[in-house]
Design a protein around this ligand. Structure first.
Ligand code: NAI
Ligand code: MG
Length: 491
């Protein structure tokens, strides 16, 4: 009986891997050979005269070259944003502001296919993710905040909310368009102007968004989008005429930013790393839990700050959960991100793949046991097989540090108190997941685990109406929902 079951599962895996390719067409993606900086409503050459390549991490082919903004360019963008703030945007009625934001949302929807394909080409995430999650959620953020623009007095009664001025926004490479939406939509709704910098490996959808913003006829200078790497980001952070910094990225850079703005009047929200725990109790619906865990860590190659990178399983169900996990991992399809069947696409960059591979070595050296899917991976491009570690000690680096890849560290527990202590024992506190049949356990866990978001019997669910953010080294401030407005207002 058992043997027969294993056979049928194997057969299922074989057939999943042998699915005929179903690639999304690239023809909808119009990518220029070269992109300039979007400053004051126009695309301008960088005064640095420098450009850098952006590649497709799935095959290492060059997609385009992108302008590298220096401090002079950053200053131009900030001056444009300041002028637009003082002369136009501050005086634009909230109702008018809402119309622009709404228009941007509609245009994202209209160009959804193109945006999804470009997101996948430039960043390596499966087309299923960019098509079904990133792009629609980005549009939803604009729709949601368009609705708030003329209701700020109701959102913050008796507190006469005022914009901050110019916001400098720096975003990472894991959700390029969505992070741009998270940052731009609430800032516009609250009457601020913007200088935004995407990450250097994934600039293209932000530049497409610049085209949309231009077409939407947003007054020049209200949103400026400039490209470049860390030094461009630092020039934004250190510019004296910026009133607020919104950053999402690594904890290391978050700390640099915190130091850089200490003592200045700049407000900040920092959305940093995570090491989320998924917790499976023995009374949980195990198949659903396993699916949630898979989705939580392998979704988007583990390039997710709230990825469920640690798993705690109650001892009595450990064996069965582990087997289910291994079986499911074997069935995941790793490969061409443009293929609609792909579950795990390309790692965003060679550099990030090296980070992940370094941790795979560290985990084994620390004495943990590694299990990887046996699937083949493409020869060109940056790929990592879905990986789990068992025999993990609480002190192991793979259980403490953010890996940002498809790597899951599994531990066991006996009691609620034990798992709470273990789950809280990292420098981070961004998110967690609890799987149980019992409401009382959910309440106990959610009140004692120090994490900004805790999902119960689900994972990685996002909605523009709910706030998101962390504790401890995961950063501070909240984005999304009503809370996300507060971060851009003087109250
Ligand atoms: P990073 O923090 O260097 O990059 C994020 C953004 O910050 C990029 O736009 C980058 O150009 C900019 N930046 C870099 N140095 C800066 C500086 N000194 N001042 C201002 N802006 C600066 O992240 P990186 O190097 O791409 O990834 C390293 C690790 O960070 C990953 O392995 C992962 O663990 C973590 N990470 C976490 C993210 C999250 O969503 N929490 C997102 C991206 C990375
Ligand atoms: Mg790229």
């Amino acid at each position: 009986m058992a043997a027969k079951k294993v056979n049928t599962i194997k057969l299922k895996f074989e057939s999943a891997r042998n699915l005929a390719p179903a690639p999304e067409s690239k023809s909808v993606a119009k990518i220029e050979e070269r992109y300039e900086l979007f400053i004051n409503g126009k695309f301008e050459k960088p005064s640095s005269k420098k450009y850098f390549d952006t590649i497709n991490p799935a095959n290492e082919e060059k997609l385009s070259s992108v302008a590298d903004a220096n401090a002079t360019d950053v200053n131009k963008a900030v001056v444009a944003a300041r002028n637009a703030y003082e002369k136009v945007w501050k005086k634009t009625s909230p109702k008018e502001r809402a119309k622009y934001i709404y228009r941007i949302a509609r245009m994202i929807q209209e160009r959804a296919r193109e945006l999804a394909v470009i997101e996948t080409l430039d960043g390596g995430k499966p087309i299923r993710e960019s098509r079904d999650f990133d792009v629609p959620t980005a549009a939803n953020h604009f729709f949601y905040y368009a609705g708030w623009a003329d209701k700020l007095e109701y959102a913050f009664p008796n507190r006469s909310p005022q914009p901050l001025g110019v916001a400098g926004q720096i975003i990472p490479w894991n959700f390029p368009l969505l992070m741009a939406a998270w940052k731009i939509a609430p800032a516009l709704a609250t009457g601020n102007t913007i200088v935004l910098k995407p990450a250097e490996t994934t600039s293209l959808t932000a530049l497409k968004l610049a085209e949309i913003i231009q077409e939407a006829d947003l007054p020049p200078g209200v949103v400026n989008i400039i490209t470049g790497a860390g030094s461009t980001g630092a020039a934004i952070v250190n510019h004296p005429d910026i009133n607020k910094i919104a950053f999402t990225g690594s904890t290391d850079v978050g700390k640099i930013i915190q130091k850089a703005i200490a003592g200045s009047n700049k407000k900040a929200t920092l959305e940093l790393g995570g090491k989320a725990a998924n917790i499976i109790f023995d009374d949980a619906p195990l198949d659903q839990a396993v699916e949630g865990v898979i989705n939580g860590i392998f979704f988007n190659q583990g390039h997710v700050c709230c990825a469920g990178s640690r798993l705690f399983v109650q001892e009595s169900v450990y064996k069965v959960v582990l087997q289910k996990l291994k079986d499911r991992i074997e069935s995941l399809i790793v490969g061409d991100p443009l293929d609609k069947n792909t579950d795990i696409g390309a790692i965003n960059s060679k550099q990030q793949l090296e980070v992940i591979n370094k941790y795979l070595k560290i985990g084994q050296q620390e004495g943990a046991e590694m299990f990887q899917s046996s699937c083949a991976i493409p020869k060109k491009g940056f790929y990592c097989r879905p990986t789990i570690f068992t025999n993990v000690a609480q002190s192991n680096r793979i259980a403490q540090e953010e890996i940002f890849g498809p790597v899951l560290a599994i531990q066991t527990f006996r009691t609620e108190d034990e798992v709470i202590e273990k789950a809280n024992n990292t420098p981070f506190g961004l998110s967690a997941g609890v799987w149980t049949d019992k409401g009382s356990k959910i309440f106990n866990m959610t009140s004692k685990i120090r994490a900004g978001v805790i999902w119960a019997n689900t994972y990685n669910k996002f909605d523009p109406t709910s706030p998101f953010g962390g504790y401890k080294e995961s950063g501070y401030g909240r984005e999304g929902g009503l809370h996300g407005l507060g971060a851009y207002l003087k109250l």
